[in-house]
Design a protein around this ligand. Structure first.
Ligand SMILES: C[S@@+](CC[C@H](N)C(=O)[O-])C[C@H]1O[C@@H](n2cnc3c(N)ncnc32)[C@H](O)[C@@H]1O
Length: 259
């Protein structure tokens, strides 16, 4: 593709509000694959406000390209704090649950960092389950259902790490989210209830039954909500630390079942 075409596309994207217009232009041109009709359709979708990742059909996370489909949560860089804290507690072939897995970003990143795992990923949204199954392939199993309900019985009391990025946006804050999230990602991927921590409370009360002694829940949260989330897991009998990574602006609670 010629530089003038790329520059013209970047100018249109910039005028529509894109901050990284040149990068987006390159990615859209790559996705267009030399087909002008296809490129025009992709650009129209992007100019219409659709998240770039849905237009491209993939999102970058921890060095991987993950397939994403409209409505399924787009993995965010800050979630690598969960990957870091989970990976440093894992060895090859350990038992791992990626709870509220979305497109399976945490699973794919852990498989990349640790190697083969005995991995189960679970989500309540059938669209997320479908795309996670595609991303994880034969390296784990993907199940559909509410939190712990669809996990295999053989995992009960034996899980080394439950890695989670559950919805934690307070219901009242959803209207303030950027349009790309609010209008395009499924509500079930965002809404964490009145204070954002409804799912954290349910996960804290159920995790002890699935973790092995010494096993841990690693769960993403905002820095502001971290003390409340930590108290919830502590009240459930787990030993808690709060970890953060300034580079990706990520925070998580690590809650360990006493050995
Ligand atoms: C914030 S997204 C995170 C997705 C993925 N873990 C990531 O970091 O990219 C939260 C996910 O939780 C799922 N979810 C919401 N409520 C759930 C529930 N009760 N049981 C299982 N999954 C749930 C949503 O469908 C969504 O995919």
């Amino acid at each position: 593709m010629t530089a003038p075409v790329r520059d013209a596309l970047a100018a249109r994207l910039r005028a529509a509000g894109s901050v990284f217009a040149e990068d987006e232009a390159d990615l859209l041109l790559e996705a267009g694959d030399g087909d002008a009709v296809r490129l025009r359709a992709l650009v129209q979708r992007r100019l219409g406000g659709e998240p770039l990742e849905y237009v491209l059909g993939w999102a970058a996370f921890d060095g991987h390209r993950l397939r994403v489909t409209p409505g399924v949560f787009v993995p965010r860089a800050r979630t690598t704090v969960v990957v870091e804290q989970a990976a440093c507690r894992l060895h090859r072939y350990d038992r791992v649950v990626d709870l509220c897995c979305g497109a399976g970003a945490i699973s794919v990143a852990l498989l990349g960092r640790v190697g083969a795992l005995d991995l189960v990923a679970a989500d309540i949204d059938p669209a997320a389950v479908d795309v996670a199954a595609e991303n994880i392939g034969d390296r784990g199993i993907v199940v559909a259902g509410d939190l712990f309900a669809p996990l295999p019985d053989r995992f009960r009391g034996l899980v080394d790490v439950i890695a989670v990025n559950a919805p934690y946006v307070p219901t009242g804050s959803i209207p303030m989210m950027p349009s790309e999230a609010r209008d395009h990602e499924h509500r079930v991927a965002l809404d964490g209830g009145a204070d954002g921590l409804d799912l954290h409370r349910r996960i804290a009360s159920g995790a002890g039954e699935w973790l092995r002694p010494g096993g841990a829940v690693v769960i993403e949260v905002s820095a502001a909500q971290a003390p409340t989330s930590a108290a919830v897991f502590e009240a459930a009998g787990l030993a808690v630390t709060v970890e953060s990574d300034d580079e990706v602006d990520g925070t998580c609670v690590v809650a360990t079942r006493p050995a």
